[in-house]
Design a protein around this ligand. Structure first.
Ligand SMILES: C[S@@+](CC[C@H](N)C(=O)[O-])C[C@H]1O[C@@H](n2cnc3c(N)ncnc32)[C@H](O)[C@@H]1O
Length: 227
């Protein structure tokens, strides 16, 4: 982990991470709810779920609540974020401190999920990860990527940014909280939804769609053929 990387930034601010999330993600419940809903594309309860860029376990905890029998495997580059996930998820969760560009943990997963993490990779890194995720899944396996996305053009992107700040401030975010969010967003390398759906299909998924979108918050779901 380099000192100016996204994981280093999150590691340094791990203890204060969760408090402002509802203010900083204006469609918080709908966004995470759609991510859990996306797992239904599997057609049965998942047995083993991999969460990429799991942080403090905000998405993994929702997977555990919806599917209490599923085994959880979390990957994140920030050890202090994962320490908090351990406290929430208990001793059975498998936690890996690793970079998203590293090989994925071994074993079979029937679902891979991620929230607000993959946009920290550049576009080549995103595409490489999509290919490795597809390869790690069996036929019929599902990938749910709940993400912060770019607008399709600069004017949409500008509007998304204005909307995001106005919505967060309306929910109670003050100047220091917004400055902290901007500090973390320095590492963002967001891509638009259409490009990401195309990259998912090019990575080997036979179907990919955007199940939820509110300005810059989108939930994309891809399914591997067969199953
Ligand atoms: C905005 S947080 C999201 C955490 C969690 N998924 C959630 O929904 O709250 C982004 C997480 O991705 C991790 N991350 C960012 N880039 C990474 C990389 N290249 N390798 C591993 N983890 C990374 C950060 O350490 C951080 O914990």
């Amino acid at each position: 982990m380099t000192t100016d990387s996204a994981p280093a930034t999150f590691d340094a601010h791990a203890s204060g991470y969760e408090g402002p999330r509802r203010r900083l993600i204006p469609p918080f419940d709908a966004f995470y709810g759609a991510a859990i809903d996306g797992l239904a594309m599997l057609g049965r309860p998942p047995r083993r779920v991999l969460d990429l860029g799991a942080g403090t376990g905000m998405l993994a905890a929702r997977v555990a609540a919806a599917y209490p029998d599923a085994a959880l495997v979390l990957v994140d580059g920030a050890p202090a974020m994962l320490e908090q996930a351990r406290a929430v998820l208990g001793p059975d969760a498998e936690l890996h401190v690793a970079d998203l560009s590293d090989p994925l943990p071994g074993g079979e997963f029937d679902a891979v999920v991620s929230a607000l993490a993959i946009h920290h990779l550049d576009d080549a890194g995103k595409r490489d990860l999509f290919t490795r995720v597809c390869t790690a899944l069996p036929p019929g396996g599902v990938f749910v990527n709940a993400e912060q996305v770019a607008g399709p053009t600069l004017c949409f992107d500008r509007r998304y940014r204005e909307w995001h700040e106005a919505s967060a401030r309306a929910a109670g975010t003050d100047d220091p909280e917004w400055a902290g969010a901007l500090e973390r967003m320095r590492h963002d390398q967001c891509a638009d939804v259409e490009s990401q759906l195309r990259w998912l299909r090019e990575a080997g998924f036979d179907a990919a769609d955007c199940l939820f979108k509110d300005h810059r918050f989108a939930v994309m779901v891809a399914r591997r053929a067969g199953g």
